[in-house]
Write a protein that binds this ligand. Structure first.
Ligand code: CP
Length: 309
């Protein structure tokens, strides 16, 4: 396969396993590029990309911007907080105004699930979903799988547990789709109030006991408790959450094997994982961030190739 099967990256549920492998092979090349003294290639000198962020972000926004600049694209950045959205402008009007400045690709983070799909049906540009509400965060799932592949050699056949706030997590859903496509075994673990009722329909088992989940897995992906998306209390207190679903050094040392710890960030240190775990060699959290640039370069490069053809 030499090109993606899609013109937009709206979610992992819309792509195939072959797309993932193509993105990984392309990312391997770009990872080598970004480790050179001159970290830039001229591939996208004729492409203009708009990064539209309607929701807060540190890693994803900076990573996309850096990926675009490493590919020599022209980049414009939009943040809803400082925009005319505050004056009542609609999403379509905002984007069409930006597109009239001859933009080829839009990278968008938005609080509403399906915002990227909506945009792709209404405007002429390639769309990359940088996180849409509690729906999908496809580039996060791609960089997560890429980081597992880098650490463990392969994703197929690995046991991966996703721990914590599954209900509000776009990272969980995209990871589930990506891991299943690649042949990994996936379980979720967390307070039952934070596990969606439909989880069984995705072929995912729930393991409510964290110790058993960690004993089973090769990789634990620890999710952030998303307080900003919670309008009610889903567990009695943060202290009790941490006691039942937090990972600390003592718990990891009590297992009879060494597992890989992941976290998409931002971390609530001392809630889902302690600092001594987050900063240990077992954790690949900063490798995930580093790989995010190569993965996003690959996604943008492959989508831009389709615009050019
Ligand atoms: N992992 C992630 O999406 O982080 P940001 O919200 O900082 O982009």
């Amino acid at each position: 396969m030499s090109e993606l099967s899609v013109n937009h990256l709206l979610g992992i549920k819309y792509i195939k396993e072959a797309d993932i492998q193509l993105i990984f092979e392309t990312a391997d090349h770009f990872k080598e590029v970004i480790n050179r003294p001159i970290k830039k290639v001229p591939s996208l000198r004729d492409i203009t990309i708009a990064n539209l962020f309607f929701e807060n972000s540190t890693r994803t926004r900076l990573s996309f911007e850096l990926a675009e600049k490493r590919l020599s694209a022209d980049v414009i950045n939009f943040s809803a907080a400082q925009s005319s959205v505050k004056k009542g402008e609609t999403l379509i009007d905002t984007v069409n105004n930006i597109l009239s400045m001859k933009v080829d690709m839009v990278v968008m983070r938005h609080p509403n699930p399906g915002a990227g799909v909506f945009l792709s049906q209404n405007i002429q540009a390639s769309i990359v979903n940088a996180g849409d509400g509690a729906h999908e965060h496809p580039t996060q799932a791609l960089l997560d799988s890429y980081s597992i592949r880098e650490r463990l050699g392969d994703v197929a056949g690995k046991n991966v547990v996703i721990v914590g706030d599954i209900l509000h997590s776009r990272v969980a859903l995209s990871n589930i789709f990506a891991l299943k496509l690649q042949g990994a075994n996936v379980k979720v673990c967390g307070p039952l109030t934070l596990i969606p009722k439909y989880i069984g329909t995705l072929g995912i088992e729930v393991e409510p006991d964290l110790r058993k989940a960690l004993q089973w897995c090769d990789v634990a992906n620890m999710l952030r408790v998303q307080n900003e998306r919670m309008d009610i209390s889903y567990f009695p207190s943060t202290r009790e959450y941490t006691q039942q679903f937090g990972v600390d050094r003592a718990l990891l040392d009590s297992l009879d094997k060494e597992i890989v710890i992941m976290h998409p960030g931002p971390i609530n240190r001392g809630v889902e994982i302690t600092s001594d775990v987050a900063d240990s060699k077992q954790a690949i959290i900063l490798n995930q961030v580093e790989n995010g640039v190569a993965i996003r370069m690959a996604v943008i490069y492959l989508l831009a190739s389709k615009i050019k053809n």
